[in-house]
Design a protein around this ligand. Sequence first.
Ligand code: NAD
Length: 365
Amino acid sequence: MATIKHGIIGTGGMAHAHARSFQAIRGITLHGCFDVAPGRAEAFAEKNGVKHVMPGVDDLLDACDSVSVVTPDAFHAELSLKVLKAGNHLLCEKPLTTNLADAKKVARAFQKAADQHGTVGMVNFSYRDSAAFQKAMQIAASGKLGAIRHATGKYLQAWLSCNVWGKSISEGWLWRQQVPPGGGKAAGGTLGDIGCHILDFTTGVAGDVKALRCTTRNFPKVNPDTGQTMTSYNGKKLDANDSVLIELDFADGALGTVETTRWATGHANQVALGVYGTEGALEIDLERSYTQLRTCLGKKRHQCEWDEIDCKPTPNNYARFVKSIKTGHNDQADIVRGAQVQAYLDACERSAEDGGKRVTIKKWV
Ligand SMILES: NC(=O)c1ccc[n+]([C@@H]2O[C@H](COP(=O)([O-])OP(=O)(O)OC[C@H]3O[C@@H](n4cnc5c(N)ncnc54)[C@H](O)[C@@H]3O)[C@@H](O)[C@H]2O)c1
């Protein structure tokens, strides 16, 4: 197969991870990039050895075989539809879109392109790169946990109370702190940004959810220069949710919770999961290790005795994307999975807007 020509749309922070990761993979080359901010794509191309800065999205689609969409969330739907319509393979950043209606459109376009042209489409749920997560999915699927009764997922960040990633209030962070255009009142924010990761992580191991309850909260921010509280920045409201609690009702009858916040002082970026069944349990804490998980299985469960398991390294999403293009077998997490996670986010928004009422998950089709 000829070298895959890859293009990147949106050349901000996360695009550098895409560039670095694809550079490390044989059989794909960074052919083009595009950004709406003047000069940004040029600097990105220079730094990352991208061959061409493209004058527009259409030019990039014409010149490339595959594309990363790495813009703010609100542009994912429109750009992903363009990518799929043009016949390019798609690696879209998470969350797939900012609302379920758009996610359905993208998923349908993906299925059509996949059926007709073998187009590959994936969503970059990065924590699937951890060997511990891949092993946990295998253990749960093997039945070793017995019937799953309970699951707890948490994703904790601290950037609103700690300067671990620089100043929390600035133009660069702004789109993450505002309700995105096209989303409901509880859309975007922590729920859309990292809630999508932990919902994928938790349900990827513990199984599908049929209903949920959700509460979101927005707190006044702290001006990093003056220490004073603020609710807007340069005239723009900081109205997106910061903290989220979700109660999960799994399709197989188990119960669970997901919690996520940007106010977890002391935890720059912690993703953790516990899944508990009638015959065993597993726990992951990515702050501790990406390649180890703990299990309490078989007879050992009667003594509550845990084993540390070293997990076989797993290829990252970028490598699995390239392999998918080469083999024609679309790996996880495909665009349909992205739409499924969007259905969970949609249910969270509906519940949060209705005072935490129990809502059922709408099917993504
Ligand atoms: N998978 C992960 O773990 C992970 C981590 C961080 C960010 N992300 C996702 O990556 C995406 C980008 O996040 P980021 O932190 O890089 O944001 P960012 O603000 O640093 O960069 C976004 C870039 O997109 C450009 N842009 C905006 N609209 C555009 C358009 N219509 N066409 C082309 N370029 C456009 C902006 O000018 C900017 O350069 C988001 O969807 C975010 O959720 C994913």
